[in-house]
Design a protein around this ligand. Structure first.
Ligand code: PGA
Length: 265
């Protein structure tokens, strides 16, 4: 691995809550109000940023609550379509999300790759659409257990990073977020060890360095995701190459999520 790939210690850590297909409109409002009350008391630590990613049906409600109550969180979405408009029944475009002041959009979550047939080419097209609309993609990459066991995890993850990001300017690449989510650790209670997570996040940074140079590698933010809890968050955030967390299950409980947001590095 190239020793040039080092993370900029001044970069902002991003903790994102991926609500997945949970929280109807009423529940989402209650959850964001609970978060607002807790964050009003405890605040978001300096150098840390928070995004929450409700289902599409709750985005407008959550946006209004966040903006009215000045909750210190950015609005995020879980996916979008790669075309801007047209005859795509049931889909939501990046432009529609941008108009709701969405700042971050997850692209290529493993559940969408697995259950909705999203290919690397489609993920790349979604990243294009998100960037065109001035939002930041959170590009998810990660291996299945068999790939890890057969020594294929690293080449697989490097290829996913390349497929999503190659051919873009160093500035653009440096502005995106990459989430390393080992698929065997998502929703299973099985967290990757800090060493395993750090090792793969360093590999991702190295791939970004090769692709776009040390400046982009230093500023790109790399999250870890997969069964993150308040107990595991501090250790993960302490690792040199982990610049944030993508949190599923634990983000549905305001108290647990705020503990993760405040976890000590
Ligand atoms: P989990 O989900 O924290 O429930 O494992 C993480 C994710 O899929 O983003």
């Amino acid at each position: 691995m190239s020793p040039a790939a080092v993370s900029d210690p001044g970069r902002t850590v991003l903790v994102s809550g991926n609500w997945k297909m949970n929280e109807n409109h009423f529940e989402a409002l209650r959850l964001v109000q609970e978060l607002a009350a807790m964050l009003r008391v405890s605040g978001v630590p300096d150098g840390r940023e928070v995004s929450i990613h409700p289902p599409f049906t709750s985005l407008r409600t959550v946006q209004t609550a966040v903006e009215t109550d000045k909750v210190p969180v950015a609005l995020g979405a879980q996916s979008c379509h790669h075309e801007m408009r047209g005859a795509f029944t049931g889909e939501v475009s990046a432009e529609m999300l941008a108009k709701l002041n969405v700042a971050y959009v997850i692209a290529g979550h493993s559940e969408r790759r697995m259950h909705c047939g999203e290919t690397d080419a489609l993920v790349r097209a979604k990243v294009d659409a998100i960037l065109v609309q001035g939002m930041r993609p959170i590009v998810c990459v990660g291996e299945v257990l068999e790939q890890r066991q057969s020594g294929q995890a690293e080449p697989h993850v490097r290829r996913q990073v390349l497929d999503a990001l190659s051919g873009r300017s160093a500035e653009t690449i440096g502005s995106v977020v990459i989430a390393y989510e080992p698929i065997w650790a998502i929703g299973t209670g099985e967290t990757a060890s800090v060493e395993d997570a750090e090792q793969m996040c360093a590999v991702i940074r190295d791939e970004v360095a090769k692709l776009a140079g040390p400046g982009a590698a230093a500023s790109v933010r790399i999250q870890y995701g997969g069964s993150v809890t308040p107990e595991s968050a501090g250790g993960l955030l302490d690792a040199d190459n982990i610049d944030g967390l993508l949190v599923g299950g634990a983000s549905l409980d305001a108290e647990r999520f705020v503990s993760i947001v405040r976890a000590t590095r």
